[in-house]
Design a protein around this ligand. Structure first.
Ligand code: C2E
Ligand code: MG
Ligand code: MG
Ligand code: MG
Length: 280
């Protein structure tokens, strides 16, 4: 029976696993209609200069609001979008929605017109991406510097030749690309140096541990030095405490993003962000 089966690893029915699979299946079924039912929204999280405390950019983060199941976490639905291929149409929607938001409100928010960074998955790294980005700029009469793309280090290493040629085309278009979750993948530094990169985003696991683990602090400081030697800006992800903020500023890190400054919020709430906590 069950105990025996567990020990022999021939478990035919594991209720927790079964529930997980059922939820996955259920979400996947709903996901096919989510776009046309307008269940996606975009929240924005500010990126703040460690030098003067100004907002210098925003990251657009996708949210799925299901009428019965509530707000569903990207960690749960982005992998499903990628596996089903739905990430392609949804990715186009994200770009277009950010373009519309920018034209309607975002441009007016900043002291300068800061860029909005949009995350893209490895599956979106096709030559068609260039046309999609160009169309969003044209349709909304935006300058290319208004948009940036974020690609994780591991996605960038998936097919280095393809990544290089796409980055070159995006640079020609004037749209910068940032390497996301940096420090968790296995980049070849020689290859990295050849890519036209707008910024490295230090993975938040390093920031979370940097005040308690010397090794993590050393990694952060090495990434800052590496990026600056290559002439690349550095953004720290997941900055949650004033002590992390101060340590990063002392290291010469350029930009901070995290709950200390603000959680990701809907467009309408961006203007209300309380800046007093991180004004330097
Ligand atoms: P990411 O691009 O690395 O985004 C940063 C994540 O860290 C976001 O999670 C953000 O809410 C969270 N975060 C920001 N500050 C803090 C902090 O101080 N502490 C902690 N603990 N977390 C913080 P989110 O929004 O759940 O997104 C998760 C991932 O989903 C993103 O990671 C990105 O890889 C992916 N994603 C989100 N939107 C899109 C999208 O439109 N397209 C694609 N392809 N992927 C997306
Ligand atoms: Mg990102
Ligand atoms: Mg990240
Ligand atoms: Mg991430």
């Amino acid at each position: 029976h069950a105990k025996q089966a567990g020990r022999n690893r021939f478990c035919l029915y594991d209720p927790a696993l079964h529930e997980g699979i059922q939820r996955r299946q259920m979400l996947e079924n709903y996901l096919y209609n989510a776009l046309e039912r307008r269940q996606f929204e975009i929240h924005y999280q500010p990126q703040v200069s460690l030098r003067d405390g100004r907002i210098v950019g925003l990251e657009a983060l996708l949210r799925w609001r299901h009428p019965e199941h509530g707000l569903i976490n990207p960690a749960e639905f982005i992998p499903l979008l990628e596996e089903t291929g739905l990430i392609e149409p949804v990715g186009v929607w994200v770009l277009q929605q950010v373009g519309r938001d920018y034209r309607q409100c975002l441009g007016a928010l900043g002291e300068t017109d800061f860029p909005v960074a949009v995350n893209v998955s490895a599956r979106q790294l096709a030559p068609s991406l260039i046309g999609q980005v160009a169309a969003v700029l044209k349709d909304n009469a935006l300058e290319p510097h208004c948009l940036k793309l974020e690609l994780t280090e591991s996605a960038a290493m998936d097919d280095p030749a393809r990544t290089l040629s796409l980055f070159d085309s995006l640079q020609e278009l004037g749209v910068g690309v940032c390497i996301d979750d940096f420090g968790t993948g296995y980049s070849s530094l020689a290859y990295l140096a050849r890519l036209p990169i707008a910024a490295l985003k230090i993975d938040r696991s390093f920031i979370g541990n940097m005040m308690t683990h010397t090794e993590d602090r050393e990694v952060v400081s090495a990434i800052v030095a590496l990026a600056h030697n290559l002439g690349i800006q550095v953004i720290a992800e997941g900055v949650e405490t004033p002590s992390q903020w101060r340590a990063l500023r002392e290291m010469g890190c350029d930009v901070a993003q995290g709950y200390l400054c603000s959680r990701p919020v809907p467009l309408a709430q961006l203007a209300d962000i309380d800046r007093t906590v991180w004004e330097v």
